[in-house]
Design a protein around this ligand. Structure first.
Ligand code: PEP
Ligand code: MG
Length: 550
């Protein structure tokens, strides 16, 4: 009798939490033609005029396919696809391709080469965000090539129920085409935690591992496997012992989910009955549609980078409309909106500096806003106008010196005076700072801030001198390192001495395991990922203050 295959563990990076027991399904192996960008197409080149017409038709078909996909998706997914649509209307991209066709190149060859060049440029840099956008370009490249070959969109591919999809990479539109009602989860060799496919998977609660360290040929279709997207592992031929252990973790996860869902509607109190403020972080207002303001104490961080995704910075009216919508959702609860935090891991075309040698130590956050007063003033005007309609707080990111806060306050004062002179309704928002830079944490008391919010994601990377987007340094991202704790405690003490509020809005607050530590540091206001609200409330319920220990 054949020996059962030995269990084999393949490492990866967890991108969207979850556990799946299932069988391997290979992307591209289950439907004709696969879905790899750049696959060969069988089409003969014609005259320049014919090639031009063929390319125009293929671009039009790709646009129509994207239209149809966008119509069935939510706002976040639609935005990703709209980026691809915008490329199909981008003259800078298209004109040289049509020129090459005019000069005798085939439509397929010209498109292929131009897109490969763009993709290589995006991938070439160190920047994780731009590399992630390369996947969008590859996606678009494949779509137009398929259209040129006369192939249609292959729609939702049928894959086995509960299967673990493995792939080199998944483009955003391919991810959206897949039937995740049937599939259990995915593991891909490409990607990163900040790639669009990871963002989409997290938003939909689909377990996903990226950076899988294996050649796909070694993964036999239909082989039994476990996707452990909590630890970032794909386990092939799992032993009975592993299966039993994973089963009980799945059970515990389900119980945890149910308990968290129940805790969601309850007050955020410790075991001793102390009320703690629990607010939410908003990266994209679309998320508010599925959330009840009754479950939180307001919004502790609104990242406004999403507003700046287009080619031009948004105008005052567009920003005002979004800020009003957020305030209306909160229904009188406090809303903190952070001014643009471009630069570092969040490049914004036309605002952040291109190819900065050391972006995390470069011109980012408030530094960049102060360098672009024409952009900053528009945001401050929109915020001041929104402040007429609710309790709005404005928060400045990446502040290092009290003089930077003073400069921002002067600009705010000027904007308020301007609005008053114009007779435009406005309010004076509270103006606070994020504590993300060790220098600001150590001198927090010197800032004339109306409030403080600790940005632990950045604070940890600056204290530990370990870039937050470098997976090789994951072992140094120690949020509970004594040096980090010391800075949090000092910041809390400085805020108390000045009699102003302090909270924490980094990912640390969303982790139930670190919540007690933050309370021990004296924090009583946490701003968390909406999906973690229930779990954080549960963690609070289990907390007894240090002094009350056994
Ligand atoms: C932080 O740095 O902790 C933070 C909340 O800001 P971001 O993650 O947007 O840099
Ligand atoms: Mg930050």
């Amino acid at each position: 009798m054949a020996e059962p295959a030995a269990e084999q563990v393949i490492a990866g990076i967890p991108a969207a939490e979850g556990l799946v027991i299932g069988r391997i399904a290979r992307e591209g192996g289950t439907h004709p033609g696969g879905h790899q960008a750049g696959h060969q197409v069988g089409r003969r080149a014609g005259s320049s005029a014919e090639e031009r017409a063929a390319l125009l038709a293929a671009v039009a078909q790709a646009k129509a396919e994207l239209d149809a996909l966008i119509a069935g998706e939510d706002e976040l997914a639609a935005e990703i696809l709209e980026f691809q649509q915008a490329l199909l209307e981008d003259d800078d991209l298209l004109a040289p391709i049509f020129d090459a066709v005019q000069a005798g190149a085939s439509a397929q060859g010209a498109w292929d080469q131009a897109l490969d060049r763009e993709i290589a440029e995006y991938r070439g840099g160190e920047d994780e965000y731009l590399s992630a956008r390369a996947a969008d370009l590859a996606d678009l490249k494949g779509r137009v090539l398929r259209a040129l070959a006369g192939e249609g969109d292959d729609g939702k591919a049928a894959l086995a129920e509960g299967a673990i999809l493995v792939a080199e990479d998944l483009t955003p539109s391919r991810f959206l085409e897949l039937d995740w009602q049937r599939l259990g989860g995915g593991a891909i060799r490409g990607g990163s935690k900040t790639s669009h496919v990871a963002i989409l998977a997290r938003a939909r609660g689909i377990p996903l591992i990226v950076g899988l360290e294996v050649e796909l040929d070694r993964l036999a279709p239909d082989a039994p496997a476990v996707l452990d997207a909590e630890a970032g592992r794909l386990i092939l031929a799992p032993s009975d012992g592993t299966l039993a252990q994973v089963q009980s973790r799945i059970q515990a996860r389900a119980e945890g989910d149910a308990a968290a869902a129940e805790a969601l509607a309850e007050d955020a109190v410790t075991a001793e009955g102390e009320r703690v403020q629990v607010l939410i972080n908003v990266d994209d207002p679309a998320i508010l549609d599925g959330l009840s303001p009754a479950h939180c104490d307001g919004i502790g961080l609104t990242r406004t980078e999403f507003l700046f995704a287009g080619e031009e910075p948004p105008d005052e009216a567009a920003q005002l409309a979004v800020y009003r919508r957020i305030l209306a959702w909160a229904g009188g609860k406090p809303v903190t909106i952070r001014t643009l935090d471009a630069g570092g891991d969040k490049p914004i075309p036309g605002v952040s500096r291109e190819a900065e040698p050391n972006p995390f130590l470069g011109q980012r956050g408030l530094r960049l806003s102060l360098a672009h007063p024409e952009v900053f003033r528009v945001q401050l005007r929109a915020l001041a106008r929104a402040a007429a309609e609710g309790p709005l707080k404005v928060m400045l990111p990446m502040v290092t010196l009290p003089a930077e806060l003073a400069q921002a306050r002067r600009l705010l004062d000027e904007v308020l005076a301007e609005l008053a002179a114009e007779g435009v309704a406005h309010g004076r928002p509270a103006l606070g700072i994020m504590i993300e830079v060790p220098a600001a944490a150590l001198t927090a008391g010197d800032f004339a801030a109306d409030f403080y919010s600790i940005g632990s994601n950045d604070l940890v990377q600056y204290v530990m001198a370990a870039a937050r987007d470098n997976p090789a340094l994951a072992g140094l991202a120690l949020a509970d390192h004594p040096a980090v704790i010391e800075l949090i405690q000092r910041s809390v003490a400085a805020a108390r001495a000045r009699g102003v509020e302090i909270g924490l809005c980094g990912d640390l607050a969303s982790d139930p395991a670190t919540v007690p530590l933050l309370l021990d540091c004296g924090l009583r206001s946490l701003s968390v990922a909406p999906a973690q609200l229930g779990r954080v409330k549960l963690a609070l319920r289990g907390y007894r203050g240090k002094a009350a220990g056994p």
